[in-house]
Design a protein around this ligand. Structure first.
Ligand code: NAP
Length: 262
């Protein structure tokens, strides 16, 4: 796979992607907004794994920044063999009456940037006859959890279509659909998860290991863990009215007052 470019590499799943790829001896390009965290990570990866780690500070809500990352993906001097479109966040607001700017920010990071960067990477990779694109979706793509579900459903559908188009080019496209995973995601999004039992949680190490193994095998849809694969299979055959009922239940428990609110 050669050099890997990872968006959202400063925390959570992206940080774990960077570590596992570096440990497997891939050079990495680390993309996110937090320069200090990225620079520290790059130094740690170079020291621990003996690879080259490049820092590319970019805010993926900014079209010029996204264009700079796309230019890096087109480079022939130092080709990128794996693009991991991972950056994202939980929007955690009602659509009706919610902040429209925040909605557009989420769309920019989780849809527009994925589209622009995949476009640049796919073209360069097809010309070379090899490469892989890994998009981080979510099991939320199958649910009815507001615009976040819609963005992740787009990621899933987009990746499947891309995989069809890329067949026999030497380039693959994979979407990984994590369930709830211990990262900074819920804290940053101020999503109260205290009502959920421990059984629903995955750890970033397992999610990333499964995703990278599936990329290496050319799997198109990757769902880490048996419990979330089973859940996804059940959701696919369940009536959509039941899925909408789960959406209403989720809203109710995430809005419920907790001890911390008392
Ligand atoms: P996280 O720990 O909060 O990390 C999010 C990463 O995205 C950070 O590195 C952050 O970096 C970056 N990011 C956010 N906004 C950005 C922007 N405008 N420009 C550039 N980078 C930006 O969350 P995570 O759980 O690892 O999330 C990674 C992906 O997994 C997301 O796509 C998320 O939707 C998906 N996912 C997470 C879960 C879960 O339960 N954790 C479940 C399913 C799917 P900076 O702040 O430095 O920019």
């Amino acid at each position: 796979m050669g050099t890997a470019l990872v968006t959202g590499a400063s925390a959570g799943l992206g940080l774990e992607f960077a570590w596992q790829l570096a440990t497997a001896k891939h050079d990495v390009v680390l993309v996110a907004r937090d320069e200090e965290r990225l620079t520290r990570l790059a130094a740690q990866l170079e020291a621990a794994a003996g690879i080259r780690a490049e820092v590319l500070v970019a805010d993926l809500t900014d079209a010029d920044d996204v264009a700079r990352v796309a230019d890096r993906l087109r480079s022939d001097e130092s080709p990128v063999g794996l693009l991991v479109n991972n950056a994202g966040f939980g929007i955690n607001q009602e659509f009706v009456g919610g902040d429209l700017e925040r909605e557009l920010t989420a769309l920019d990071v989780m849809v527009r940037a994925v589209l622009v960067l995949s476009h640049a990477a796919a073209e360069a990779m097809v010309a070379r006859g090899r490469g892989a694109i890994l998009n981080v979706g979510s099991v939320a793509a199958l649910m009815a959890s507001g615009t976040y579900s819609a963005h992740k459903a787009w990621v899933r559908s987009f990746t499947e279509g891309l995989a069809v188009e890329l067949k026999d080019t030497g380039v693959t496209a994979t979407v990984v659909n994590p369930g709830f995973t211990h990262t900074e995601f819920h804290e940053r999004g101020r999503i109260d998860m205290s009502q959920y039992p421990e059984i629903v949680w995955l750890n970033a190490e397992d999610v990333v290991a499964t995703a990278l193994a599936d990329v290496r095998r050319g799997v198109v849809i990757s769902t880490p863990s048996t419990r979330y694969r089973t859940m996804s299979a059940l959701v696919r055959i369940a009536p959509r009215s039941a899925i909408r009922a789960i959406g209403r239940y989720r809203r109710a428990i995430e809005d419920a007052p907790t001890d911390a609110d008392a």
